[in-house]
Design a protein around this ligand. Sequence first.
Ligand code: URA
Length: 444
Amino acid sequence: MRMYDLISQKKEGKTLSTEEIRWMVQHYAEEEIPDYQMSAMLMAICFQGLNRQETLDLTLAMRDSGDCLDLSRIHGIKADKHSTGGVGDKTTLVLAPIIAALGIPMAKMSGRGLGHTGGTIDKLACFPGFTTDLSEEAFFANVNRIGLAIAGQTANLAPADKKLYALRDVTATVSQMSLIAASIMSKKLAAGSDLIVLDVKTGSGAFMKEEADAIRLAETMVSIGAMAGKKMAAVITDMDQPLGRAVGNALEVKEAIAALSGDGPADLMEVVYALGSRILLLSGVAEREEDAVKSMKQCVADGSAKKKFAAFVEAQGGDASYVWDMEKWKQAAYRIEALAEKKGYVQTIDAEAIGIACMLLGGGREKKDDAIDLSVGILLLKKRGDVTEAGEALALIYANDEAKAKEAIRLVQGAYVISEAAPASVPMVKAILDGANNAKSSCI
Ligand code: URA
């Protein structure tokens, strides 16, 4: 086989076979195909696309380029959840302990934040001592004992995707739908769960700005997962304003703890319950959506989800007293209000701009090795539909540097669109895709 011929085939809009895709991914991962040839292939894919079978083949080839986790040592059906990334998205911290408290094990691999979106691993690092660097033994033991463990992604999880993603990033080929779907699903399939629920965000703070694109991406990923033998569902959720009120690592963890204490913001809880329902229905724990939501609410109300969260933090070396005592949390040095410049209704809040303001405060990474300040962030006092007077506080900026705080205030004020008319109400959950499949998956 010659890479030259495969590039030429795709350039002419022809289909690549399973063998050809496997050969290409394997030889690229082994550095036998140079970046310039793979770049040409990626660009040809951008113009010609991949069909479902080719997308599945690419996904499986990338999955099999590294380790595939065998979770059979964990009892019961294993669930995983993935978000395509948003601003203020602390859903995993609330959802995972609720699901674990209801008896469904969650063995999760999570990532660090990059750019304007945050990552679960950074949020968990707010607990002194917490580690996601777990041995395989500890990972399995924790899931079997507590029902929940979250590890950082190992270097050898879908390494071909890592190499391809870096190339896509510098060749303007990141946004192609099949490439995104294959990239996300290769890692999810390698992580070994039986059931995967996807939170595909759409709006100003999301990767997919348009709802139709988010639905198309969700459909592609659900069908790939189902073809690979997984029970799959996707929920398309709004990211046209940040989720909840807190943006920034420690602020978000505190909001997640409040949510587990029964005091979560309505939008966050709606997303949590929509995703959680899919897990409970697909795993057979609930037969009807109403029952699923009722049992999730019950385990928040009776404290079992919060206890589960504390047990999980402790099992991964973290100081769980931070779950129970909010006074322990270290505040940023400055807390400054961002004021409304005029009166009216909050029409929208540009989520990406809020994410960038948080990054500028030091709460996010521009480059993947940047250090981050866990204590900074933004607390949104006004959200879409709220009324404000001129001079009233829209948000609180938590900063450790006064100059950065001033810059963040400017960005936050610019992110708010205030108008005379009340905005139309926007549903948090825009669509739900279900695609169950019971077939077995294996690394091939
Ligand atoms: N996240 C991924 O893991 N891959 C993509 O291609 C896009 C987002």
